[in-house]
Design a binder for this molecule. Structure first.
Ligand SMILES: [Fe+2]
Length: 350
């Protein structure tokens, strides 16, 4: 939150990125409540409808007809025609989804609002161990009693709420909890309430980020590790978590190499990097510049019941902070690899 005021005119108590979009949508209005009114009036006529062309591929798995809608050539597929409550006991479908998830980095589903939270947990358990709300159970942010909001009766399910009075969104590129020595394998996010427009989540392919580096940069970077540092909200009993991970990471299931350094949590290279401060900053800038390249990135619009499940080892993600004063309400589970040996990032160039 911030109460910085844009252009010195109107007192906002809204995250800075939200202010910028709001101010550009109502540039001539001087009063905060009038800005809210103006934006709500602009969005009042929005309806949900379906038309236009959708590109998809049909397939049948375990007798279930699916339509697979690629959001980009290389990343992100929406799986239509599936009821996640029905696949929990269907190993063939789970196997299909896991392979698709590894290939496409992030898969999405629509119309899953009927699933109970219990069923969401059971669905997540089909892919790994459900973690605490930020991953491993040895570091649970705010465990002094002032932790983040979780769903009633489901302390592992993180609640992410934003609205007119409390606006915010994780709008910087990041992978979840890379400040942990063993960051979660994946995350599952379900939308409970979506703004009428805005609040999309973007995903960026970390394989392409690595592939896109020059040979010279790959050579220098291959020897480096980076220091990932959590934010204040990730503190546990006043201690800010941090972890050191190799900059290129070998994906433990596909064997591919990803660029595992994101501006959200990486602050510097680990000791012994041998770079001058100027070289270090220039190299970090070069790596971070890969984030959000359109060719590597897909964007997902939320509706109530939409679900995204991403491979936290293979994609970065960020929310879009453009929907204030509307409300956005999401619930997230993290998934840990059943294979404990694969949880800590490593780089094996062989
Ligand atoms: Fe996140």
């Amino acid at each position: 939150m911030s109460d910085a005021n844009l252009a010195g005119e109107v007192k906002f108590r809204v995250a800075p990125q939200m202010q910028v979009v709001a101010r550009t949508r109502a540039p001539a209005v001087e009063d905060l409540s009038q800005i809210v009114q103006a934006i709500r009036a602009q969005d009042a006529g929005l309806q949900t409808g379906q038309f236009g062309t959708v590109i998809f591929k049909s397939t049948t798995v375990s007798g279930v007809d699916l339509k697979l809608e690629p959001l980009q050539p290389s990343i992100g597929t929406v799986v239509h025609g599936i009821d996640l409550a029905q696949v929990i006991d269907n190993p063939s479908m789970i196997q299909f989804l896991r392979e698709l998830w590894l290939e496409r980095r992030v898969i999405m589903f629509r119309g899953q609002e009927h699933l109970t939270r219990e069923e969401m947990v059971r669905f997540a358990e089909c892919f790994g161990e459900v973690g605490a709300h930020h991953g491993e159970r040895d570091h649970v942010p705010g465990s002094d009693g002032k932790g983040p909001t979780t769903a009633p009766g489901f302390p592992d399910m993180l609640v992410l709420r934003s609205g007119e009075k409390s606006a915010g969104a994780a709008s910087g590129w990041h992978s979840d909890a890379t400040w942990s020595p063993r960051p979660p394998m994946g995350s599952i996010l379900r939308c409970i309430e979506a703004p009428p427009v805005g609040g999309d989540t973007s995903f960026c392919d970390a394989y392409a980020m690595w592939e896109g580096l020059s040979d010279e940069t790959k050579k220098i970077t291959a020897k480096l590790s980076a220091v990932h540092v959590g934010n204040d909200i990730h503190q546990m009993n006043g201690v800010t978590p941090s972890a050191v991970h190799p900059v290129p990471r070998t994906h433990p299931e596909t064997g591919g190499t990803v660029l595992f350094a994101q501006s959200g949590f990486v602050r510097r290279f680990a000791e012994g990097h041998g770079l001058t401060p100027e070289q270090e900053q220039a190299l970090l800038f070069e790596l971070f510049e890969r984030q959000g390249q359109p060719e590597y990135t897909c964007r997902f619009k939320w509706a109530p019941g939409s679900v995204a499940m991403w491979d936290n080892r293979a994609v970065l993600h960020r929310a879009t902070a453009d929907f204030w004063p509307h409300s956005r309400h999401m619930e997230r589970l993290t998934i840990l690899d059943h294979d404990h040996a694969r949880r800590a990032p490593y780089y094996d160039p062989a």
